[in-house]
Write a protein that binds this ligand. Structure first.
Ligand code: AMP
Length: 214
């Protein structure tokens, strides 16, 4: 199954993507994770994209689409995948359609995790991420068992730099301007399914699995 995850930053895409990826045994591909790993490793790509991430702006399409194209060509993508954070603009969606049609395939579903702006702001300020394995938590809705320590790998859990209050507002604005039009894009081709985000991760998961019919 080939799934796209749509939703505002902080809607819970990453958390749900991990769950779906384990359940369906398909890779979870997050362009945000790929960029962050490159920034951490000081690669040429990392140096090019750092400023965009720091400011809560989108990385230019031409840099982003190449990464995704490479990744989708890997053997582990044969059975399907879940794309988290890509596409984020109409040109990216058109590019993805083109690349997939060249591979004689297409997306099965675009799942929107729908969360109101005011809830997004509360969630993002509480979001924490593991510095080692990337597991995400929320100090209010989904806390670690021991404060500041990852449940899975015992490493330090921190707030992402781009989850700071000012950047969150920028990212939300970017989402409304550039990414929200994708909802109509996938509605037009009958690929869109919607799950309303709930406070508790497990409740959102229940809605997500139902929306995907799995
Ligand atoms: P995320 O982890 O998905 O919230 O992404 C973090 C940041 O990475 C975004 O705020 C953008 O700066 C960048 N990014 C991730 N995916 C994309 C994309 N598809 N297009 C452009 N920029 C992206």
């Amino acid at each position: 199954m080939k799934i796209i995850l749509l939703g505002a930053p902080g809607a819970g895409k990453g958390t749900q993507a991990k769950i779906i990826s384990e359940k369906l045994e398909i890779p979870h591909i997050s362009t945000g994770d790929i960029f962050r790993a490159n920034i951490k490793g000081n690669t040429p790509l990392g140096m090019k994209v750092k400023e965009y991430l720091d400011n809560g702006e989108l990385v230019p399409d031409e840099l982003t689409v190449e990464i995704v194209k490479d990744r989708l060509g890997n053997d582990d993508c044969a059975k399907g995948y879940i794309l988290d954070g890509f596409p984020r603009t109409i040109p990216q969606a058109e590019y993805l359609d083109k690349v997939l049609s060249e591979m004689n395939t297409s997306i099965d579903l675009a799942l929107l995790i729908d969360v109101k702006d005011e809830d997004i702001i509360t969630r993002m300020s509480g979001r924490r991420v593991c510095t080692n394995c990337g597991a995400t938590y929320n100090i209010v809705f989904n806390p670690t068992k021991v404060e500041g320590i990852c449940d899975s790998c015992n490493s330090e859990v921190i707030q992402r730099a781009d989850d700071s209050a000012e950047t969150v507002l920028n990212r939300l604005e970017t989402y409304h301007k550039q990414t929200q039009p994708l909802i109509d894009y996938y509605k037009k081709t009958n690929k869109l399914v919607v799950a309303e985000g709930a406070e508790e991760v497990k409740d959102t998961t229940e809605r997500v699995l139902k929306a995907l019919g799995i």
